[in-house]
Design a protein around this ligand. Structure first.
Ligand code: SOE
Length: 386
């Protein structure tokens, strides 16, 4: 069996999620290629060395330039902040490495298009980390829609609600800096539901939005781990340069209407991603914090016993579920990363393009930019005009 040698850039939240995925892949799935966790890369040598040991990497690098040109690396996984995605991805493509990149693909649409062009020109496989597509319930929703069980889609309604920066004294972390993150709640949270909408409903025609930065200045950060951070007492303040919340409406090319809300100020909501779809024959409802369930209403059910039914998406017949535990033994957030890495490894082994790829990343950036433009110009924007 051939081996895929992986190099990962990033060792924090996403670096850990991806490392865990590579470790679990061969234990629960039977990928067509063996995965070798060659090297993890980060700037802080003490931290990257410790992460290499803890996460199970063979070795480490402190320079991504070195990592992407190593002859013993076949694939580069970019799990670092958005401002470095483009440079690393283009260098990796030019070194003929396959590329996996976290979302959002780039700081802006122009950079995202350059990344796609570099990957295509160099003939490497590319995938983007829209991990929520890989929730079994979301895959089941797709299947039901494709089988015509929902009929013609009229509405897509999505919320992505978090509250981790609601305290005005929460530090100014990199996710609140436009130069590093590119965008705030829209690019970080909205990106996921935009992708789900494209996956389940189809392409966007036009959008109009509104946004707000509720807290404009925050204390300079001292240390960040995951989504927690500290600052020193009396620390100087700096400017928040991204949106705290973005809401927008959309019309899809197939005539469906969409509404989207992405915020980090929804007190009490930790990772509240949810959506509802209403069609001519039925409806679907999903909430990430109950990710093993899908709600399905069918108007084709017998009159008198119609109603939303809760499908426990853990039976072997459900997408990805059979690889894990017996029915009813639920899975969680980290499993979505294993599923997306399985897709990537299989695509490389079978010489096909993985899904979702950089094209999906570009489309998402295009919609994000269209929403931002609609806010700046206070008018509807046709997505394809960008
Ligand atoms: C933080 O808002 C975050 O970790 C996002 O960056 C992820 O993409 C999302 O899955 C959960 O929230």
């Amino acid at each position: 069996m051939e081996t895929l040698n992986v190099g990962l850039v990033g060792y924090k939240f996403m670096g850990k999620a991806h490392s865990n995925a590579f470790r679990k892949l061969g234990m629960f799935f039977s990928p067509s290629m063996k995965v070798c966790m060659k090297a993890i890369c980060g700037r802080d040598e003490a931290w990257v060395r410790e992460s290499a040991e803890k996460f199970g990497w063979e070795g480490y690098e402190t320079s991504w330039e070195k990592l992407v040109t190593r002859s013993d690396i076949d694939m580069v996984d970019i799990a670092a902040p958005s401002n470095v995605h483009k440079e690393i991805a283009i260098a990796a493509a030019e070194s003929k490495k396959h590329i996996f990149c976290e979302k959002p693909l780039a700081l802006n649409l122009k950079d995202a298009r350059e990344m796609l062009a570099a990957a295509e020109k160099n003939g490497v496989k590319h995938q983007i980390g829209f991990n929520y597509r890989f929730v079994p319930a979301v895959q089941l929703a797709k299947k039901l829609i494709d089988e015509g069980k929902i009929g013609k889609i009229y509405h897509f309604r999505a919320l992505y609600l978090q509250d981790w920066i609601i305290d005005p004294d929460f530090p100014l972390v990199w996710r609140l800096d436009k130069k590093i993150a590119g965008s705030g709640s829209l690019g970080d949270l909205g990106a996921h539901v935009i992708d789900i909408a494209r996956f389940l409903v189809g392409e966007f025609d036009s959008v109009i939005g509104m946004n707000k930065t509720f807290i404009k200045e925050r204390p300079i950060v001292e240390k960040m781990t995951g989504l927690s951070a500290t600052s020193q007492t009396g620390a100087a303040k700096g400017q928040v340069t991204v949106d705290d919340a973005t809401l927008f409406l959309a019309e899809f090319k197939n005539g469906a209407l969409g509404s989207f809300e992405a915020t980090r100020f929804a007190n009490g909501h930790k990772n509240g991603m949810s959506f509802e779809i209403n069609g001519s024959k039925g409806s679907l409802k999903f909430e990430f914090e109950r990710m093993n369930e899908l709600q399905f209403f069918s108007s084709e059910d017998e009159a008198g016993t119609q109603g939303f039914r809760t499908i426990q998406v853990t039976e072997p017949v459900h997408p990805y579920a059979g690889a894990w535990w017996p029915a009813g033994h639920v899975i969680g957030y980290e499993h979505t990363f294993v599923h997306e890495m399985y897709e990537f490894v299989e695509a490389i082994a079978k010489d096909r393009q993985p899904v979702p790829d950089f094209n999906d990343g570009v489309k998402c950036c295009q919609i994000i930019e269209a929403v931002d433009l609609s806010i700046a110009e206070r008018q509807w924007i046709k997505v394809d005009n960008l």
